[in-house]
Design a protein around this ligand. Structure first.
Ligand SMILES: *Cc1c(COP(=O)(O)O)cnc(C)c1O
Length: 230
């Protein structure tokens, strides 16, 4: 098994090569280290390699790690599904949320975002895999949702996020990510973010314009529990 510093170096090299292969500047692709189920010390090791952005899925676990790592200047992203009763703590303790798919949740985050903090950066999760996926708004409902969210104070709508159905076929991977890019471009809003690509498909995501890749397993090793959908 690789050490965390080795894994960080490998993932950075994959990102750089994928960006170069599609004529993109590697700087335009940011690495979000997905640390769900991993101990605070793993994040500390990644931090020592220069990693600053971390993504968590489970609120209580994330808050515990934030307390343990309060001595580090980290940027926290909430990437899991959001229930209404969790919005206040998320609005108070994170810089980004990646998986909003309902207006009601966005409204609560906006109302509950402390005004002494910068606006909460937000991505709308879109279901680009149809029946195969339960989370994410339907592509047909995206335009209306995005327009409404873009009006809310205390939030900054940055772009779209997707978790396509897993497949090993690079063509199918790219098709799903291309769909998300086209949906973003079709909105006619000023959006700069595509949060797409995980350990197994980051190359395809970068080829289709990912600006955040969300990487867990390739950095920290396999997880014992805690898959994206519960
Ligand atoms: C767990 C998770 C990831 C990371 O997945 P890996 O396959 O381990 O890289 C990315 N995005 C979301 C939303 C997740 O829940």
């Amino acid at each position: 098994m690789s050490t965390i510093p080795e894994s960080v170096a490998k993932v950075r090299a994959r990102i750089r090569e994928a960006a170069q292969a599609s004529g993109r500047d590697p700087q335009d692709v940011q690495l979000l280290a997905v640390s769900k189920t991993k101990p605070a010390n793993d994040l500390r090791e990644a931090f020592a390699c220069g990693q600053r952005d971390f993504g968590e899925n489970y609120l209580q676990e994330a808050l515990a790690k934030q307390a343990e790592l309060a001595d580090l200047a980290l940027t926290w992203h909430f990437i899991g599904p959001i229930q209404s009763n969790k919005t206040r703590a998320i609005a108070e303790h994170f810089a980004w949320v990646h998986a909003v798919d309902r207006l009601k949740i966005a409204q609560r985050l906006s109302e509950q975002r402390p005004t002494d903090l910068p606006p909460l950066n937000l991505c709308l999760q879109v279901n680009v895999s149809g029946e195969a996926s339960k989370s994410g708004c339907a592509p047909a409902e995206l335009a209306e949702l995005a327009r409404a969210v873009a009006e809310l104070p205390n939030l900054r709508l940055r772009g779209l996020m997707a978790i396509p159905e897993p497949t090993d076929d690079p063509t199918a991977q790219r098709a799903a990510f291309a769909r998300l890019r086209e949906l973003k471009d079709g909105l006619g809003l000023d959006l700069d973010t595509l949060s797409m690509g995980m350990s197994h498909d980051l190359e395809a995501a970068i080829a289709e314009g990912a600006t955040w890749v969300r990487i867990g397993t390739a950095l920290f090793g396999a997880r014992d529990y805690g898959q994206p959908s519960r």
